[in-house]
Design a protein around this ligand. Structure first.
Ligand SMILES: Nc1nc2c(c(=O)[nH]1)N[C@H]1C(S)=C(S)[C@@H](COP(=O)(O)O)O[C@H]1N2
Ligand SMILES: [Mo]
Length: 363
């Protein structure tokens, strides 16, 4: 992590990776690019979720065509030119992306506190002891002590206090230190007795993108893992850059376990030809936020199931007790508060893809 080589690579990438690497119709001049960058950053600070799309579209197409994009037809939620640029980018990244290539890492003293951005599926505080990981598609699942004939029957408990107003993707709003403190898992445990808790089977699809098409059927067998089960895997630290498609990035110190180690400990049932299933589907408890991944990305050595950030346990809004980090994908694929991991051969649904964003979201 402290090796000067990777530190050097890191710096280089930092100067070039401020904004999403999106294909442009014609390359803007450095000046135009700078103006566009400034405009996007300003927009993303100033506006609420509605302008998330528009601000990003400005960045995609370059400064000056913003108006035209704003008035063009909308496919899904995404203006057409943006969508086209994205499709080209996806093809490109599939063609050139080496799955084993490592993202730059940084020395830990450069790590910052990550801002909070996006609280879909996190609005109610989850009672920590009620957390389980529903793991589906495991080979010989019945041979594990955590086996259950229906993982979907697991009941998550929530604090009855509603924890947060809808922050959407308004990057200017972060919970006050006070709120964040109140939501810290340790605190939730301490005040447990004086707080009402209840089991909530929340109705699905309450958030903007609607219900996931990949939700598990009732009576899906699998494993119910506890956080202790996860923490038995080898601890792994990583300091990488986290990039949000809204145009900001931060260096973050992550700790947790490698996704690859979970897959090794609880291997997927193989296909008839002996190969691994192609995809992995993840969702929050009760399914309000969900992402789909290629198995290959989950096996990438820098793809982590994160339990700590900056050396401290994850807070509620950062996805306690378990979130995903991969430096190979934009933030919107990095799901917070994982409730389900399912190995599958069907390409999974994905929250932001439903709203017009690229499924791969590759960096
Ligand atoms: N459950 C959940 N996970 C989520 C989101 C969300 O709204 N809900 N937003 C995503 C997006 S767009 C970003 S940029 C990151 C932000 O993570 P942070 O709040 O820890 O900075 O979380 C990602 N994972
Ligand atoms: Mo994001």
């Amino acid at each position: 992590m402290n090796d000067p080589e990777s530190e050097k690579t890191g710096k280089e990438s930092q100067t070039t990776a401020q904004l999403p690497a999106i294909e442009r119709a014609s390359a803007p001049s450095a000046e135009e690019q700078e103006a566009a960058d400034a405009a996007v950053l300003k927009e993303s600070r100033r506006h609420t979720r509605r302008s998330f799309v528009i601000a990003a579209a400005g960045a995609a197409a370059g400064f000056g065509v913003h108006q035209w994009i704003g008035s063009s037809d909308v496919e899904g939620r995404q203006p057409k030119p943006f969508r086209r640029a994205f499709q080209t980018n996806a093809k490109l990244s599939r063609a050139v992306f080496d799955d084993r290539a490592l993202a730059p890492t940084y020395s830990v003293n450069r790590a910052e506190d990550l801002r909070v951005n996006g609280v879909y599926g996190l609005k109610m505080a989850l009672t920590p002891e009620s957390w389980r990981l529903q793991l589906v598609g495991v080979a010989n699942a019945k041979s594990f002590p955590q086996y259950t004939s229906d993982v979907t029957a697991w009941e998550y408990k929530y604090e009855t206090i509603k924890t947060n107003e809808d922050q959407g993707h308004d990057t200017k709003v972060a919970p006050s230190a006070d709120t964040a403190e109140k939501m810290a898992p340790a605190d939730m445990v301490a005040t447990e007795k004086i707080r009402e808790q209840r089991v909530v089977k929340m109705p699905r699809g309450q958030e903007e993108a609607g219900a996931s098409a990949s939700m598990l059927d009732p009576d899906t067998p699998g494993l119910l893992l506890t956080l202790d089960d996860i923490l038995k895997l080898r601890k792994h630290d990583l300091v990488t850059q986290f990039k949000c498609i809204e145009g900001w990035s931060q260096i973050v110190h992550w700790s947790g376990v490698r996704f690859a180690d979970l897959i090794e400990a609880y291997p997927p049932a193989r296909r008839k030809d002996g190969t691994l299933p192609r995809y992995v589907y993840l969702e929050t408890p009760n399914g309000d936020y969900y992402v789909g991944y290629d198995m290959k990305i989950c096996l990438h050595p820098q793809t982590l199931l994160v339990t700590e950030m900056g050396g401290k346990p994850l807070t509620q809004f950062h996805g306690a007790p378990l979130r995903l980090h991969t430096p190979t994908k934009y933030g919107y694929k990095q799901i917070k508060r994982i409730g389900v991991i399912a190995y599958t051969d069907t390409r999974p649904d994905d929250y932001w893809t439903k709203l017009g964003y690229d499924w791969y979201a590759g960096l």
